[in-house]
Write a protein that binds this ligand. Sequence first.
Ligand SMILES: [Zn+2]
Length: 117
Amino acid sequence: MRLPEFVVVDDEGHRWCDLCGYPNVAAWVHPTRPLDGEYSIRPFYWLVCEECHRLVRETRRDELAERAVDVHGDGIGILDRPTRVVCARARHDDFWAAREGFSRRLTPEELRVEASS
Ligand SMILES: [Zn+2]
């Protein structure tokens, strides 16, 4: 499976978790369909770290939003924590709404390809 072009990879090839923003730990691919108004000639994917993957599997949406704030901040610094959690939750809603099919682990080959590009 070819990885999407929008995957965020920094200069050192680190993958960032699309849910919490934690760098260099994305280990799972969660397929999604395009949301309304989006168009793509191939499927979308969200890359997800181990901890977020666990929370997704257990459908723990609130804890996932809390984690995003803890890890990434998720939102402008002047916002209070409850507001930032709401922002993270709203961003994650796109993910929850678009999930489709089965998640799978990234293969070593995919990790290598991404790291060497
Ligand atoms: Zn994560």
